[in-house]
Write a protein that binds this ligand. Structure first.
Ligand code: ADP
Length: 191
């Protein structure tokens, strides 16, 4: 894009549309690995949507509204990022919101095998491209599932997640201990 043109502005007969991308995922819960990718992607695009997947079948620890709230707090400093929720195919979400690019973080070859297949399918289905960003090596082992497991057993995940997530995980873990309030494991039913 012309460095002096603002998104949406026209210069001569050219209209500069905002460059949009989406970061889709479960974010159950958001980790510092996700945030690293989101922040880097936000520096590359005019508008970045972090789209939280509502999964009716897979049980999640946090309800979709809680996942959204934790993400909203964690990305508060990035004015060009917004959080949304979606259900169904990412490419349908992209079509509905005129988003041509999906951003995915890659941790290891195991991510790549799966993500390459998805990316090729999405391009074939809808012409939506995928940008792969290599994870910061500091976070290459980090996954939401691992964080939940550690926190559930009382391990310290302070360095792995934003402060609100740390707090919510500790509350969930405490509620599961004998004498706790039990905690609610979420299906997103209706999200
Ligand atoms: P997870 O795989 O942790 O359950 P999600 O389904 O929420 O996470 O993942 C959404 C996206 O974030 C995926 O593209 C995934 O590769 C990426 N991602 C997850 N954890 C990391 C990490 N530690 N570093 C880079 N990318 C990550």
């Amino acid at each position: 894009m012309n460095a002096s043109a603002q998104p949406g502005a026209s210069v001569g007969d050219r209209v500069f549309l905002p460059r949009r991308a989406v970061c889709p995922g479960s974010f159950d819960p958001v980790t510092n690995g996700h945030l690293d990718i989101i922040n880097r992607a936000a520096d590359l695009y005019d508008e970045l949507v972090v789209a939280v997947f509502i999964n009716m079948t897979k049980s999640s620890l946090f309800m979709v509204d809680e996942r959204r709230e934790m993400l909203t707090e964690a990305i508060a400093a990035k004015p060009n990022v917004r959080i949304d929720v979606f259900q169904g195919l990412v490419v349908d979400y992209c079509r509905a919101h005129q988003i041509p690019v999906i951003v995915k973080g890659l941790r290891a070859i195991s991510d790549f095998d799966y993500e390459l297949q998805m990316a090729q399918m999405n391009r074939g289905l809808a012409g939506v491209d995928t940008l792969f960003m290599p994870t910061n090596p500091e976070y290459s082992f980090l996954a939401s599932s691992l964080v939940k497991e550690i926190a559930n057993w009382g391990g310290d995940v302070t360095a792995l997640v934003p402060p609100l997530v740390n707090k919510r995980l500790a509350e969930r873990a405490a509620s599961r201990r004998p004498g706790g309030t039990g905690g609610s494991e979420g299906s997103d039913g209706g999200g």
